[in-house]
Ligand binder design. Structure first.
Ligand code: AMP
Length: 396
């Protein structure tokens, strides 16, 4: 894997695709600086080498048109503060003005280009646009994992103009290494904890990981499709009736591959989809009509705990209950605690994809697991076994 450590940036202009797609409030202030902080080590290494950094990113969904609300200008102050250098700005990402700003850029300086998606050619992956962008740097660095699953001009197409002078930034390298550690080189037993609402959105992940794991813990709303398929009564629980056959196929496949599947045995059932609903602990196979399973039950959590604590590699994707409601967040918090304990005992734990990251952050597990992925969609596609175009463009 070629990373920025393989280059000396002294006197070089590094064109870096970062992910500065940060949330803004009504006064256009950055409300979450995680993504800027995540790009910091890469940018600083380049400056410390004696190079200069040209940053390109998207912000929001301007759909190919200039939109002052989505200008990267709004990010300048925060980026300058976090990077410790006054970041310069140019009001277009291609063209004469951008080229002039780059020419004037000195070692140790940073230039931020205006929102790439003000040009529709960015998302369509237009080669001429990518070529224009490529004029702005000597070395291309991709450090935007969050968009690595998109074959956009700045994330993928541009790389062809940097033969021998393209590489990953530290964030991308960390994400790739974390995925590899789970999917290829993970110490056994390897356990995947999959939760979330629907089987249908996780099916490709399950199919891909069955070859790589020893234990599959299934929780959350997905549970009930499996339970009903096996003849259980799930009451009013969320259930995808048309996926029952698929659920049985998954269980068969897991068995034939020697993967132990752990489904909930009891659940916290509620008489309404509401935090203040009445609740009772019931067998997952005997949920009365009018009641729905919204969280994992105590016996289930004991079993999940036993599996997680003996695991050496853990992948967590998806909450095991409706964690947005405090009364049904306990199962997800418990799972987080078990993963914390396993990690302290030496396991490698990766949390990634969609809502699991939100849950992990909300409950403060971010620093307790080995790695939290920064890219929801990109991580999901990696777990599905897809080759991400942004990664392939560098490694090819
Ligand atoms: P996903 O994006 O697929 O990981 O799904 C996350 C969503 O699944 C969260 O919003 C949870 O509230 C929801 N969820 C988890 N367990 C259940 C359940 N038992 N019933 C309904 N929704 C659930």
């Amino acid at each position: 894997m070629t990373t920025i450590d393989d280059f000396n940036f002294d006197g070089k202009k590094a064109l870096i695709r970062v992910d500065f797609n940060v949330p803004l409030n009504d006064s256009f202030e950055v409300t979450d600086t995680n993504r800027i902080e995540a790009a910091r080590p890469t940018i600083l290494k380049i400056l410390e080498d004696g190079g200069s950094a040209i940053l390109m990113s998207h912000l929001g969904r301007p759909k190919g048109k200039s939109n002052p609300d989505m200008s990267l200008k709004h990010v300048l102050d925060k980026a300058s503060e976090i990077l410790g250098v006054r970041v310069k700005f140019v009001e277009d990402c291609i063209g004469e003005e951008a080229e002039k700003a780059v020419q004037e850029l000195k070692s140790g300086e940073i230039l931020l280009l205006e929102n790439l998606r003000f040009h529709s050619e960015e998302e369509s992956g237009d080669a001429a646009f990518a070529k224009e962008l490529s004029k702005l740097g000597d070395i291309y660095v991709n450090d935007a994992f969050g968009t690595a699953h998109r074959a956009h001009a700045s994330t993928t197409i541009i790389a062809q103009y940097f033969e021998g002078s393209k590489c990953f930034g530290y964030l991308m390298a960390k994400e790739i290494a974390a995925i590899k550690k789970v999917m290829e080189t993970g110490e056994k037993p390897v356990t995947a904890v999959l939760g979330g609402a629907k089987v249908s959105s996780k099916i490709t992940i399950i199919e891909n990981i069955l070859d790589k794991i020893d234990h599959l813990i299934i929780g959350g709303g997905m549970t009930y499709t499996f339970v009903k398929a096996q003849g259980g009564k799930v009451g009013d629980s969320i259930c995808e009736d048309d996926k029952q056959e698929l659920a049985m196929e998954i269980l068969e496949k897991a068995k034939s591959k020697g993967v132990e599947v752990h489904l909930p045995v009891d659940v916290i059932a509620a008489n309404d989809f509401s935090n203040v609903a009445n609740t009772q602990v019931v067998s997952v196979k005997e949920i009365p009509d009018g009641w729905q399973g919204l969280d994992a039950g105590p016996e289930t959590l004991e079993r999940f705990k036993e599996v997680i604590l003996k695991s050496k590699t853990i992948l967590w994707n998806g909450p095991v209950g409706v964690f947005e409601m405090p009364n049904f967040a306990k199962g997800t918090i418990a799972v987080g605690n078990y993963i914390d304990e396993a990690t302290k005992a030496g396991a490698f734990s990766l949390v990634g994809g969609g809502d699991s990251v939100a849950a992990v952050k909300q409950f403060g597990f971010e620093d307790k697991v080995s790695y939290v992925s920064t890219g929801g969609g990109a991580m999901l596609e990696s777990l599905e076994g897809k080759t991400l175009p942004g990664i392939a463009a560098i490694t090819a």
